[in-house]
Design a protein around this ligand. Sequence first.
Ligand code: FCB
Length: 450
Amino acid sequence: MSQINFPNDFIWGAATASYQIEGAWDEDGKGESIWDRFSHQPYHIFNGDTGDIACDHYHQMPQDVALMKELGLASYRFSINWPRILPGGIGRVEPRGLDFYDRLVDELLEAGIKPMATLNHWDFPQALEDKGGWTNRDSVDWFTDYARILFERLGDRVPYWATHNEPFVIAMMGYAFGVFAPGIASYPQAFQVTHHLHMAHGKTVQLYRQMGLTGQIGIVLNLSTYQPKTNRPEDLDAAKRMEDMNNNLYLDPIFKGKYPEDLIAWIDKSRPEIRDGDMTLISQPIDFLGINYYTAQIVSFSPNGYMKFEAQTRVEPGWGITYKGWGICPSQLKSLLLHLKEDYGNPPMYITENGTTLNEPVDETGYVNDQGRINYLRAHFQAAHQAIQEGANLKGYFIWSLMDNFEWASGYDQRFGLLNVDFNDPARKRTPKASFYWYRDVIKTNGFTN
Ligand code: FCB
């Protein structure tokens, strides 16, 4: 048995996202988001679920912050629902929406928990989608204007800001594969969306500096590793192409001021329109990189499809596949962090999401004895710890998620929470799982015995 200790200033947190937990989808003057529209249409979401009520967090926020305090969180990562602030996406501000986040931030600070606010975790205003959404270059200004409202109101009290959550998912799942809102299937649109998301990020970072705010601002990317299935050249190329598509299309513009050349050549006529000055705007220095890590991939050439690769989830020996179908691969978290250290200048990094779903029984009191989640988290913490020991500049770790919630197209079937939520109960009763208590001890002792 050995004791694993994290650095003294290491930040232990948990994460959620507005659409996944808040509910109150049309209350207090809130406008419609693309996820409201998407989930209200048939066949998009498993079981026909919607986020209309979700965890009812909008009405239970103070109790939820009390649970975070009991857990001992140093930081809580949440996101802001854009049409709650601006029902039409631009123009008139809804004060009741702004007040909600103001109260949340104050509750957190009073509980000794540092807020980390994500500006865009996918619930984009439907009114702006009707104007072309992120395919419209005006989206850069729409987003910056929205950010300004929040910086003005909360900038003095929120120490960490993230612009977008997983621009890959917004662009590709939303606009290329059509499986997430807004449900469009067009590669050219998706690459243009990527470019505008990048620009909106850069312009917002620039605004944050201009406003003289003293917290930190960064972005959250879903990143992974891509192992070629064989050493055949076509598999090596396919793995590189997938890494370019999923990681480097997002990392390189920000950290290197350019798009991956091989990928741009591959997509050829689908390449985005890039104007003079865009790349400089995009590559503003950021204060931290947020990393969402869940699984890794094994990639091979495929004669089918536009990108001509196919991936299978990677499973590390001794581990299995989660209920979501994602292979468990803790060692690749370490590899990823060391890769970012070597090839991207070792920026300050946070794991902004990591966690798992299980299919474990809930007892009659609402308790879940989720030993599988504890094993998953312990192994990933250990991999992160090894990366820190080898010099990775990792500053903190946020579990996805504080509570079971609306898991996008999977609805309520996939439960990532440390808190069990009873979705059959109108009161959405929360019950701490075994992992909640285990994580509480990790936070308290800043580590664990292995
Ligand atoms: C990420 C999302 C997050 C959650 C997890 C499981 O892609 O950022 O909202 O759904 O996956």
